[in-house]
Design a protein around this ligand. Structure first.
Ligand code: HMG
Ligand code: MG
Length: 286
């Protein structure tokens, strides 16, 4: 029988490099994206159009976005927290944009300097503009299990924000275990509640591997019908406003995990291995 396919959305250039203390050269970022394109990804998150005072690592977003080679069949995405970010992303020819909210009030304040309700209002014009320009809009919810500032987060809070993003017009909402503290039990409880509001087809899993449970949690998400997972070549990553957050789960490991469970990812193993090695070489010395 034909194998079912599952999608890995590549995060290393954005979620990976945003957390490197050392500034990575623009040309190395471009090289990383080009190596990743060659692996066969359908979607690569390239950069963020955010305030350079908040995240200096992403200050070269326009140069990276306009410097990469565009492989046919790959969508190059960027984070855009507000209209200013959206307009810059559009000018740099981003194929897809993403807004990012949180299920935790304190994380929302620390990460984007506003409450959850205010963030949804800021995203509204971004959603309208993305519709007008035919640019697909993705949404993120951070802290879907736990928040670094306020601890456990109620599944109902996650479901509420996920639904608000779906209502805004996000075609997919990526559920972020920002500090990687989710367990199979807590992820199962969260997904059970979220799926009452939003169909699994419109959800993605974004697991940081801080506690080494990301693959197990992806296994739980597969049982809930999710087929899209964010991962990072070389396991790069973290979030500058989430102290202690480790990298995204390694794309190579997610590929192997999905393939052994019978899912086709369409990613070339050797090329992904090579891209991961290059990604790791960009890491700041410990
Ligand atoms: P603010 O201070 O409330 O906004 O920040 P503001 O409108 O008052 O602007 C403040 C300054 O930023 C001004 O400059 C603006 O011009 C500038 P200043 O006068 O101070 O020199 N500015 C911008 N510059 C460039 N591009 C823009 C832009 N907007 C304003 N788009 C803001 C609000 C959202 C801008 C700020 O909080 C910010 O940039 N935050 C970014 C945080 C971030 O990128 N975090 C990491 C990504 S999220 C994540 O990693 C989680 C995820 O992986 C999922 C998971 O794991 O949970 C997605
Ligand atoms: Mg993340």
């Amino acid at each position: 029988p034909a194998r079912e396919s599952a999608t890995i959305v590549e995060m290393a250039p954005r979620d990976g490099l945003q957390n490197e203390p050392r500034l990575v050269a623009t040309e190395d970022k471009i090289r990383l994206v080009d190596l990743l394109s060659d692996c066969g990804y359908g979607r690569i998150e390239v950069t963020s159009f955010v305030s350079p005072r908040w995240v200096p690592q992403m200050a070269d977003a326009p140069a990276v976005m306009t410097g990469i080679l565009r492989r046919a069949g790959t969508r190059y995405a960027a984070l855009t927290p507000n209209m200013r970010g959206f307009e810059a992303a559009l000018a740099a020819r981003a194929d897809e944009v993403a807004v990012f909210a949180s299920a935790s009030e304190s994380f929302s304040e620390k990460n984007i300097n506003c409450s959850i309700a205010e963030s949804i209002e800021r995203f509204r014009p971004v959603a309208e503009a993305s519709r007008r320009h035919g640019v697909p809009l993705r949404g993120y919810v951070s802290c879907v299990v736990e928040c670094p500032y306020e601890g456990a987060i109620a599944p109902a809070a996650v479901a509420r924000v996920t639904r608000l993003l779906a209502e805004l017009g996000c075609y997919e909402i990526s559920l972020g275990d920002t500090i990687g503290s989710g367990t199979p039990e807590s992820v199962d409880r969260m997904l059970t509640t979220v799926r009452r509001e939003v169909d699994a087809k419109a959800l993605a899993g974004h697991f940081h591997d801080t506690s080494g449970r990301a693959l197990e949690n992806i296994g739980v998400a597969l049982e809930h019908g999710l087929r899209v997972f964010d991962a990072s070549a070389g396991g790069l990553g973290g979030c500058p406003y989430a102290p202690g957050a480790a990298g995204n789960v390694d794309s190579l490991e997610v590929r192997a995990f999905l393939e052994t469970r019978g899912f086709n990812t369409g990613l070339d193993l050797e090329k992904l291995d090579r891209a991961g090695a290059f990604a790791r070489s960009l890491r700041s010395a410990a």
